[in-house]
Write a new protein. Structure first.
Ligand code: ADP
Length: 469
């Protein structure tokens, strides 16, 4: 089968979160299964672009309404990622340093999608599957199915994977003219509550819809930022497939970001070395358990609760643990977490920013990873933590529920709590510290979790089975 993934992110080309990790790994594993998988994404000005050689494979000209523009498709010369990688360059729109967050994001991603469909329309063969990811590529199934200009793409099977249903790409109907000519009788497919909603449109128009964990699929029928009835209505074509992790990138024995390599036999010494390094760098006490948080400071991640949780933990449990935070996002949360440092230095440090290397070192050096998420479609951090021998403390939601078993349950290994509130999170931390005191059990768990298999092999096969269906 020939599968074309279309996405706004792909690791290591451009990454904001888990979407990049998935699109950087899934095609590689699909290739290993004997299929041809390709990735098409916008050409941003990221370091990856400048470090690699590119071949121009297509130059085209298309339009959004009255605005005509030229686009160029380039392909990575050395196939370094293990699959064909294509970038679409649209001068002035996509070629920026950032990925999202511009006032004209609607124009940027619509232009990208129109260019993709225009390019695909010129191919002299048809791929078997066009697999789109999240709202940034959500108009593609509609265009392929209903645009008069690309009638010959009608019938190519499209799959939508939802990595996060909170963001839907809403845009006013004034931008309806951006789409290539389409059957006006079908305009209702674009609409949700009076605006163009690319995610809703893709849910309706894709042949199959997947979410990145089975529990998240269930939850969307009750909580989907306004799209609940649509998920209920379309449930027949929706399925949850748990993400995998790239075990070649995330490998404690070869990870280039780690100075000391280790495996489950040497987990204690390996993790101690990393913990020592982290504690030295951030002036923390290595004799105390180290609890980390890594992620975007967005409402979904409940990072806004961390300052109160940390204050309460120190107050009620005592200064018996260290916290190390890595993340960025909401400036208010960034400010509160940075300010906390002056009050509880020595047991706490917040690194505000994005730092891939530090994240690897933190998974390696931490005792616990805290994920109090309000919403967590799958969550990759907890799977990386497991593989690096770090015990996850998670809220029972979405993919966290599907991947972490509480240590009080049969074959358990992590800490789970019900609600994303300060009381439940603090209690989760308390239970984690209790586990830490039981050294024999804690060590046994650390060794065991490093062997839990969350590799892509299983999930990649599930996607292939879905395509075949
Ligand atoms: P989401 O996609 O919702 O942000 P995921 O858990 O699916 O959450 O994926 C998050 C990914 O981004 C992980 O690989 C995590 O290590 C990484 N990450 C998040 N924030 C940072 C940061 N500040 N620095 C380094 N890596 C980060």
């Amino acid at each position: 089968m020939e599968i074309i993934h279309v996405s706004a992110e792909c690791y290591p080309v451009a990454k904001v979160g888990g979407l990049a990790d998935v699109v950087g790994a899934l095609p590689k594993y699909q290739q290993n299964l004997g299929h041809t998988a390709k990735v098409v994404m916008p050409m941003y000005r990221t370091a990856f672009l400048y470090r690699h050689e590119w071949d121009v494979v297509h130059k085209g000209r298309t339009h959004m309404g009255n605005w005509w523009y030229e686009y160029t498709v380039i392909k990575e010369h050395d196939n370094e990622l293990g699959f064909d990688l294509y970038l679409i360059d649209i001068y002035g729109l996509l070629d920026r340093e950032g990925i999202y967050g511009y006032a004209d994001d609607s124009e940027r991603f619509t232009a990208f999608q129109v260019a993709f469909v225009d390019w695909l329309g010129g191919w002299n063969h048809r791929p078997d599957i066009v697999h789109v990811h999240d709202h940034h590529t959500g108009l593609i199934p509609f265009m392929m199915q209903y645009s008069a200009d690309y009638g010959h793409l009608k019938g190519i099977k499209t799959i939508l994977t939802i990595h996060n249903a909170q963001y839907q790409g809403w845009m006013g109907w004034g931008k309806g003219t951006y789409l290539p000519r389409y059957d006006m009788w079908k305009s209702g497919l674009l609409d949700w509550n009076g605006t163009i909603n690319p995610l809703a449109c893709a849910i309706r128009c894709a042949w199959k819809v997947t979410t990145v964990s089975p529990s998240y699929m269930e939850e969307l029928r009750y909580s989907a930022n306004g799209l609940e009835p649509l998920f209920e209505y379309e449930k027949g074509k929706c399925i949850g497939i748990l993400n995998g992790i790239d075990t070649q990138v995330w490998d404690t024995e070869t990870d280039p970001y780690l100075g000391t390599h280790y495996n489950s036999d040497t987990v204690e010494a390996g993790k101690s070395a990393h913990k020592l390094e982290l504690c030295k760098r951030f002036h923390l006490d290595p004799s105390k358990p180290l609890i980390i948080f890594i992620g975007r400071f967005a409402l979904e991640k409940a990072a806004d609760l961390l300052p109160t949780v940390i204050g309460d933990a120190f107050h009620y449990i005592g200064r018996t643990m260290n916290f190390l935070i890595l993340g960025s996002g909401d400036p208010n949360v960034e400010g509160r977490l940075a300010n906390l440092q002056s009050m509880v230095a020595q047991d706490y440090h917040a690194f505000i920013g994005y730092n891939e290397q530090l994240s690897h070192q933190m998974y390696a050096g931490a005792d616990f990873l805290l994920m109090p998420s309000r919403v967590e479609p799958c969550g990759l951090n907890q799977m990386y933590a497991l593989r690096y021998g770090t015990v996850p403390i998670v809220r029972s939601t979405g993919g966290l529920k599907d991947t972490v078993i509480d240590y009080g349950d049969w074959q358990g290994f992590g800490v789970r709590f019900e609600h994303a509130n300060v009381g439940d999170i603090t209690h989760g931390i308390y239970r984690a510290l209790e586990l830490y005191q039981d050294k024999v059990r804690f060590d046994e768990i650390r060794q065991r979790i490093m062997h839990i298999d969350h590799s892509w092999e299983n999930s990649a096969s599930e996607y292939i089975a879905l395509y075949l269906s």
